[in-house]
Design a protein around this ligand. Structure first.
Ligand SMILES: C[S@@+](CC[C@H](N)C(=O)[O-])C[C@H]1O[C@@H](n2cnc3c(N)ncnc32)[C@H](O)[C@@H]1O
Length: 248
């Protein structure tokens, strides 16, 4: 069963999960060595509301093909994207609507835990990428959740990440398709400008890990957040660390 129904949350996604271009500066620099000036398009696997697909052309001068199974998320992506170098297509990680050897890189951001058959997805990504092209995975991984602010307030949600594919699993499944692990790097992002803003977003519960906990645990987490805000922690941005995993 799907961990979350994106048809239902698509309209809230930008408000609940969207990041500003400034907040993503760390990601821009972490990814630049792999995507800068690519001649072939980047395939954004599970492009969602187009958070990254919409930015990659202006950041790196590349074309992007966003592949996304949810029609509602694709519609959000189209509305959020003005650059003609970006195209959105129906498909998923196991069925990419791209020709063999037609893409210069794959970008997979907070999607890996939704893919029901990771070995099949790895083989499909191998089919569409040119030899030596990078696969860039942005995600929280089991055992590496210490840099995610959400889990300070919702410790039960961190346990949901333990059910996500581990880096070792990713290495094994992509290894079977011919990829080799090249790099694992925690990357800093500014998620929101204040804890108050964070509270407003979290209350929308548009996150797999928050959907995976009980209503009681969710309410307790919101109460912890309120206590922190009342205690004066509301000032200053909320900073998070997710991992960038690179394979070739
Ligand atoms: C958390 S969103 C991430 C969206 C975008 N990559 C981002 O970073 O903003 C997860 C997306 O993965 C999509 N998805 C779910 N199952 C998928 C699959 N098997 N293959 C590709 N994408 C999938 C969902 O529809 C959703 O849009």
């Amino acid at each position: 069963m799907a961990r979350i129904d994106y048809a239902k949350i698509a309209g809230d996604y930008a408000q609940a999960r969207g990041l500003t271009e400034g907040g993503l500066a760390g990601w821009r620099e972490a990814v630049r060595p792999y995507l800068g000036g690519l001649a072939l398009p980047v395939v954004d696997v599970g492009s969602g509301a187009g958070q990254f697909a919409a930015l990659f052309p202006s950041w790196f001068g590349v074309q992007v093909v966003g592949v996304e199974p949810s029609a509602a998320m694709r519609a959000e992506a189209v509305a959020n994207t003005s650059d003609a170098r970006v195209t959105y297509l129906h498909g998923d990680a196991q069925h990419l609507p791209l020709a063999d050897l037609s893409a210069g890189a794959a970008w997979i951001s907070t999607v890996i835990h939704h893919i029901p058959n990771l070995p099949a997805a790895a083989a499909e990504i191998r089919r569409v990428l040119t030899p030596g092209a990078p696969v860039l995975i942005r995600s929280a991984f089991p055992g590496r959740t210490g840099g995610v602010s959400l889990f300070r307030f919702f410790p039960e949600a961190a346990k949901v990440v333990e059910t996500f594919p581990s880096i070792e699993q990713v290495e094994q499944d992509f290894g079977a398709a011919g990829f080799r692990l090249e790099r694992v790097e925690p990357v800093v992002q500014v998620s929101v400008q204040s804890l108050r803003e964070f509270r407003t977003r979290v209350a929308l519960r548009a996150d797999t890990t928050l959907r995976g906990i009980t209503d009681e645990a969710f309410a307790a987490g919101l109460a912890r957040l309120d206590t922190a805000i009342l205690g004066g922690e509301a000032e200053g941005p909320v900073i998070d660390l997710l991992d960038l995993v690179v394979l070739r």
